[in-house]
Design a protein around this ligand. Structure first.
Ligand SMILES: Cc1cc2nc3c(=O)[nH]c(=O)nc-3n(C[C@H](O)[C@H](O)[C@H](O)COP(=O)(O)O)c2cc1C
Length: 341
């Protein structure tokens, strides 16, 4: 019998949707989910997702070509809806025969989903509420990802535990993947038992051996405890700021100063809400790059989820997957014994 037969059986349908061996998505991480990490993920049997961040169409095409030269397995591309080059990015994915596009940072409209489908690509997206999720599926969305506030990077205000009950358990006819605070195989198996199509993990792969993130970045994450991964507070309701979870350092303090500056400019009509938000976005992207590429762990952004508290060592992607599958299979065996006792 094949190793990990039970958990493999539970993943079968989703693996067909993804074209992978395991229903584990490597959540896109700006500056980190590049060709090396993403190809290594897909080669290991999971589903890698390339981050396009603030790229334009040509840059993305190059990164896709590079990734395709390192793997012939499927991988997805994460597109940020507020990127002004979004249409070019979709064309780039279509021309490069990408199979799955993962839309983040907003709610895609029907027209956008139609455009993605016209290239034969599947569209995945996030939604913060059941009504929005249902509308997205009515508009043709292929799969939903619910991401709880425990996750790293840009997060919503609601925990994975509540999103599961508010959204996922009320959707049975479409695939729903779960993200945010998941690492152990027992939890992965529990999500599948509850009806999830699979799980998306981010932080653990930022610290994987194959991740190109700077050693300082990885060490800071591996040393941190869960309570260190905070979302800086919003200064004023008039100027809503997307919460971004990162380990507290000088960079998170500087974000507060930046927020004050943007708020002042907004109140003096020097910038619009959109411009102000965009400048805060650029602040995060730049700060993340400094930490990931230059190893500046003092003033760069150490974006990571609360799961850092559980993460203790740098492992290879193969090891990470194998541990999850082993823990999941043992857990399913234990459940079977308990029920049949
Ligand atoms: C450093 C970092 C950067 C991220 N960048 C992005 C991004 O560019 N686009 C996106 O959709 N999600 C981004 N995320 C979220 C991840 O894709 C993933 O959903 C999340 O990390 C899952 O939660 P976990 O960290 O608890 O596993 C980022 C997360 C981290 C830790």
């Amino acid at each position: 019998m094949k190793k990990y037969a039970k958990i493999r059986k539970m993943m079968e349908r989703s693996c067909q949707i993804l074209g992978s061996d395991y229903a584990i998505l490597g959540g896109a991480m700006t500056w980190i989910s590049e060709s090396n990490l993403v190809s290594a993920m897909s080669n290991a049997g999971m589903f890698g997702v390339l981050a396009s961040g603030a790229m334009d169409g040509d840059l993305l095409k190059n990164e896709i070509t590079l990734t395709q030269s390192k793997t012939n397995r499927n991988f997805g591309v994460n597109l940020i809806l507020m990127n002004p080059k979004l249409q070019d990015l979709i064309d780039a994915c279509g021309e490069k025969k990408i199979t799955h596009v993962i839309l983040a940072g907003g709610i895609p409209d029907k027209e956008l989903l139609n455009k993605i489908h016209s290239y034969g690509m599947q569209a995945f997206s996030f939604a913060p509420s059941l009504s929005l999720a249902k509308r997205l599926f009515r508009h043709g969305l292929d799969a939903l990802i619910i991401e709880g506030s425990e996750a790293g990077g840009h997060v919503g205000p609601i925990s994975t535990m509540v999103l599961l009950q508010d959204i996922m358990l009320n959707i049975s006819e479409y695939p729903v993947f779960v993200a945010g605070g998941i690492l152990r195989g027992e939890l992965f198996a529990s999500m599948l038992l509850l009806g999830a199509a699979g799980c998306q993990l981010g932080t653990v792969f930022a610290c994987a051996k194959e991740s190109i993130a700077h050693e300082n970045f990885k060490k800071a994450l591996l040393r941190a405890s869960a309570k260190d991964a905070i979302t800086p507070v919003q200064l004023d309701k008039k100027f809503p700021v997307a919460p971004v979870r990162a380990i507290e350092n000088l960079g998170t303090a500087e974000f507060m100063t930046k927020q004050k500056e943007v708020l002042r400019k907004f109140e003096n009509n020097e910038v619009s809400l959109e411009e102000g938000r965009l400048s805060l976005e650029h602040f995060w992207v730049g700060a993340l790059r400094r930490a990931v590429q230059n190893g500046d762990v003092e003033r760069g952004s150490l974006m990571s989820g609360q799961i850092v508290g559980v993460l203790k060592e740098e492992k290879s992607i193969d090891d990470i997957i194998d541990t999850i599958l082993l823990e999941a299979e043992n857990f399913l065996n234990k459940i079977k014994e308990t029920i049949e006792r």
